[in-house]
Design a protein around this ligand. Structure first.
Ligand code: PLP
Length: 401
């Protein structure tokens, strides 16, 4: 069972800004002290590069960096060689979609969905435009879910790539990715999973999921911004062209050609995100010390508590009552989401308003934008109460005009 008062002591922002009611963790989580301390330790006591120096500081730094890779590998049950540190989910997904510009041919099909975040959709849209491959959308159910049945309706012998979100950042719906991946593999298609929203909330085991590539970001899981992960199956990674060329990824350089290292260094050209990787490992250790079971139990209880209260407010439309992730996406009749969000800020309540970098979801819902409240382990019932009270106050205020 989670004790929020004690959890909040682990998140220094609460001591600096005790008034905050932070309900925007789906955008970026708050940052945990043990992560900040690790990053601080690196800059204060080490601060040098990895893999290069023949001196003690470099050895210690390289060990910390490579240990961080081990921590991530254990966290998602992969091999160390399958973990590439990147700038974040966006850059991980761009790397893979970019490399398939040399592989896909006209007539090939890329299956995607209207639930994708722009960073899962746009790289493949551009790859499709450049290669002549076709983007094919899984028809969503009336509530906006991806189902295996609807996936089967678009899967074909032309399918070469399946690029899907694991959990929608707008609706919080979980994609049945294990079944989808099995079916995609029967057609020899590769599966790329955007795990930006699932990694902060559920145990990800790449062996059980079966996916070929997976991406997530540090900043949504109590870690630093500017770091993320690209997981790729070792055999696939070593067949891919490097994404970038430069220092540390090369084996042997001749005047007219060069040979490259195997993964992961093959894909980490130049100085990597050293502090980010070390910080992400500390954030993962924190998550593991709490455990996904306890995290889920807590956030799901809050989610349900807030849902019941929000449903009781007249004129509120909730788009995702059955969401697996602790996120509520809604609108209030006749009032623009940005007006509500701005007013909520006066009560120190932070929620997100807009299309959440997933315009096709708004189009699917038939609205220009929505409000989104999302919960994590540092939230409590009092946060939910203030959230609902401020919604009612804002609603009364705007309806008074
Ligand atoms: C589902 C999903 N995919 C991708 C991203 C992009 O992540 P980042 O901005 O960390 O690259 C986000 C961030 O909001 C997301 O929610």
């Amino acid at each position: 069972m989670i004790d929020v008062d004690s959890i909040r002591k682990d998140f220094p922002v609460y001591s600096k800004q005790p008034q905050i009611i932070y309900l925007d963790s789906a955008a970026s989580s708050l940052k945990v002290k043990s992560m900040i301390d690790q990053v601080d330790h690196y800059y204060h006591t080490l601060g040098v590069n990895v893999h290069r120096g023949a001196y003690d500081l470099a050895y210690v730094t390289t060990k910390l960096y490579e240990d961080a890779r081990k921590t991530v590998a254990n966290f998602i049950h992969s091999k160390e060689e399958e973990i590439i540190f990147t700038r974040g989910t966006t850059s991980s997904l761009n790397m893979i979609a970019g490399s398939y510009r040399d592989i896909l041919k006209p007539g090939d099909e890329i299956i995607t969905s209207e639930l994708e975040h722009h960073s899962s959709l746009l790289p493949w849209m551009i790859t499709a435009q450049k290669t002549g491959a076709k983007l094919v959308y899984i028809p969503l159910t009336t509530t906006g879910r991806i189902t295996v049945e609807n996936f089967l309706a678009v899967l074909s012998n032309h399918t070469k790539v399946v690029a899907l979100t694991h959990v929608s950042n707008v609706l919080g719906f979980l994609t049945p990715i294990v079944e989808i991946t099995k079916l995609a593999h029967e057609k020899q298609a590769i599966v790329i999973l955007d795990a930006a929203q699932s990694a902060p909330h559920m145990k990800l085991d790449v062996e059980a999921l079966g996916v070929d590539y997976m991406a997530f970001s540090g900043h949504k899981m109590f870690g630093p911004s500017g770091v993320g992960v690209l997981f790729g199956k070792e055999a696939l990674l070593n067949k891919l062209e490097p994404f970038e060329y430069g220092g540390e990824m090369v084996d042997e350089v001749y005047k007219d050609h060069a040979t490259f290292k195997d993964a992961p260094l093959r894909f980490e050209a130049g100085t990597p995100v050293i502090s980010g990787a070390i910080g992400l490992a500390a954030a993962i250790r924190y998550i593991e010390s709490i455990g996904f079971y306890a995290m889920h139990e807590h956030t799901e209880a809050l989610h349900q508590y807030a849902l019941v209260k929000l449903k009781a407010v007249k004129g509120v439309t909730i788009y995702n009552q059955s969401a697996e992730n602790p996120v509520i996406t809604f609108n209030i009749d006749g009032i623009h989401p940005h007006d509500i969000a701005t007013m909520l800020d006066q009560y120190h309540v932070s929620v997100r308003a807009g299309h959440h970098c997933a315009q096709l979801v708004s189009k699917f819902l038939g609205v220009s934008s929505t409000l989104r409240a999302s919960f994590h382990i540092y939230n409590n019932r009092a946060d939910c109460d203030t959230f609902i009270e401020s919604i009612i106050t804002a609603k009364n205020f705007f309806e008074g005009f």
